[in-house]
Design a protein around this ligand. Structure first.
Ligand SMILES: [Zn+2]
Length: 270
């Protein structure tokens, strides 16, 4: 049974096949709108090693990627200017870690790929191949947990968010970027779109969200959403380039042309 039945109270009777590319399938829960990897194809997975990073030309435009990750950190700092410890789950080749380092913020990245960890360490970034359980044993807590296209890679997003909750300081925040199920091209092309295809990223992903249901998932995991999408106006203007980027992103979302969604949420105290 899909996780939303247990966690969000979805009926379970309202889940229908959504896409099928050979052995890879996705189901749509019509109650919450989350698109889940079908149970019969849950075993299909990807191995994240050098070929993976090479195949995606991950390190191209590094400067640009570090700059954009820095803008994300700056958005989180709008909500908490005192951020001093960042954890990035799925740090990949360390763009966010580098941006954090440039801002003199303590950083730690975790990833399941040895290649990614070695790459980060070689360029002087702090990255470890820790599991959530190993991280918890360090007793270190974080002000910000950053997950850029990561949540969809886990079979149970609720469990991941529970771990994030445990690893955050009081009122700590999570910044999440995930693919958008409402993205027009993906809706139109269905199994032919890379979201749901074997050739694309379908075999890497277990769940797909939109703003409404990611909000529900976060609420069920002990968080309150404090920002959805890119803010056009911010307290601190930052730069023209960042402003233009935010404006562009917002415009895309008006027409469902945005491939990804951005949510920032704060841990609620019980
Ligand atoms: Zn559901």
């Amino acid at each position: 049974m899909h996780k939303c039945v247990e966690q969000l109270g979805c009926s379970g009777g309202n889940i229908i096949p959504y896409s099928r590319d050979k052995e890879l399938g996705f189901d749509l829960c019509n109650d919450c709108g989350i698109i889940w990897r079908s149970i019969d194809s849950i075993h299909i997975s990807k191995i994240y090693e050098q070929v993976y990073f090479d195949s995606k030309k991950y390190n191209n435009k590094r400067k640009h990627k570090v700059k954009k990750s820095g803008w994300m950190i700056d958005q989180a700092r709008i909500h908490n200017s005192g951020i001093s410890d960042i954890l990035e789950v799925g740090c990949s080749l360390g763009y966010t870690l580098e941006a954090a380092k440039n801002r003199r913020i303590n950083h730690l990245g975790i990833d399941i790929s040895d290649y990614a960890i070695d790459f980060c360490n070689d360029i002087g970034l702090n990255a470890k191949k820790y599991s959530f359980d190993e991280l918890k044993q360090t007793r270190q807590k974080y002000d910000l947990i950053f997950m850029q296209h990561v949540l969809e890679h886990f079979e149970d997003p609720f469990l991941v968010l529970k771990d994030c909750f445990d690893l955050l300081q009081e009122k700590g925040i999570v910044l999440i970027l995930v693919p958008n199920t409402k993205y027009k091209r993906a809706v139109k092309l269905n199994a032919k779109h890379r979201f749901y295809s074997l050739k694309g990223v379908g075999a890497e992903h277990y769940s797909y969200f939109n703003y409404e249901n990611l909000r529900l998932v976060l609420q069920a995991s002990g968080f309150e959403v404090i920002q959805e999408n890119y803010p056009i106006f911010t307290k601190d203007f930052h730069s023209i380039e960042f402003f233009a980027n935010r404006l562009f992103r917002r415009l895309l979302s008006v027409f469902n042309y945005d491939q990804e969604i951005l949510i920032i949420a704060r841990k609620i105290q019980y």
